[in-house]
Design a protein around this ligand. Sequence first.
Ligand code: SF4
Length: 360
Amino acid sequence: MQNLGPCAQIQRPSETVSSKRAISALTKEELIDEIVSLGERSFRADQIRDWLYKKNVQSFEEMANIPKALRTELKKRLLFRTLNLRRSLRSGDGTTKFLFELMDGLLIESVLIPEKDHMTLCISSQVGCAMGCIFCLTGKGGFKRNLTPHEIVDQVLEVKRWAPKRPAITNIVFMGMGEPLLNLEGVIKAVRILIDPEALSFSHRRVTVSTSGIIPGILRLGQGLNVNLAVSLNAPSEDLRSHIMPINKRYPLKELMETLAKYPLQKGRRITFEYVLIRDLNDREEHAQRLAKLVKGIPCKVNLIPLNEVPGSDLRPPEEEDLNTFQKILFEANITAIVRKSKGKDIMAACGQLAGLYGL
Ligand code: SF4
C-alpha cells in the first residue's frame, strides 16, 4: 500500500454548501445562457468548456483568454470544483483508490484500475446505497443521498488531474457506490457530458452503467443513451437472489430477464452480467447450470468475480477449483465467461471499504 503524499495537502473547495450551480455539469446551452445574460458573446462558452474539460484547469483565474470581468462574474454565480480529495491509496497492482469529501462533508470513492493498455475509472453515483446486497460494505452503511451531476463529472475531472497521462483513462464504469438507476436524472445528465465530443469526449461504447436490476431504470436507459449495460445478477433463482440482493423482491429475476431479453442492443453489443461468487452459497455446479439456462438467448458475457472479503462478514470467496468448474460449465454452454479477480485488495478497493474506515 502506498499513500500518495501530495493529495493530503489539497485544499478544500473554498465555497461552502451552496445552491449555486456547478460549471462542470452545465450543458453547452446552459453555459451560453449564463454568458449571454452577462452581456458576453456565446462563443465564450466553447473557450470556457475547452479550459474546463480539455485543459482541466482548477479555477476560473486560469482561463487566460476569457475577459477578467466575465471570469469574476462567473465565479460569483457558479461553483468550480466541488470535491476535496481526502486520501488516495495506490495498490501494488497499480489500482488507485480516491476518497473524496463532498461539500456537505459526506464521503465517496472512485477507483482507477489499470488494464493492459488503458485505464478504467470506476465512479460513484450515490452516497451509500439502499440496496443492501449482502456482500457489499456500501450497502451495509445505508443510503445518504444521490450525487448531483457535477459531483459525478467532478470525480472524472479530479482523477484525471492526478492520474498519469499514459495509459489514458478511456473507460468509465458506474460501479462505485450506489445504484445508478435510482439516480437516473443525475446519471443521465453526467453521462451526456462524459460522452459529449466537446466536453469529456468518452466513447459511448466505453461507458458502462451497472445496475442491481432496477427495471424502470433499465427501460429508460434503453431509450437512446446508447451506453453499455451491466446487470449484477449473483444468483440464478428467485429465492437465492432475494437472499443475496433484497431488491429482487421488488424486481424479481423473471421480470428482469424478460426485460433484458427485449433490451434494445445495437449490433455487436452485449449485456454484461456480473456474478459475484460466494463459497457454498452460489458457486455450486447446479448454480452454473441454472445460470447458463437463464442467460441463454440474451447477447451477453458473464463476469465471474470471486468475492472480495469484507471485514466482519462470514462470507468467503470460492475455492479456485469451484471457480474453474463454474466457468467451464458456462463455456460448455457457449457463454462467454471471464474471471475478474479483484484488484487493489491491499487498499480495500472493494466498494465502500475505504469510506467505511472514515465512518461513512
Ligand atoms: S453491490 Fe452495488 S447495488 Fe448492491 S449494495 Fe453495493 S453499491 Fe448497492
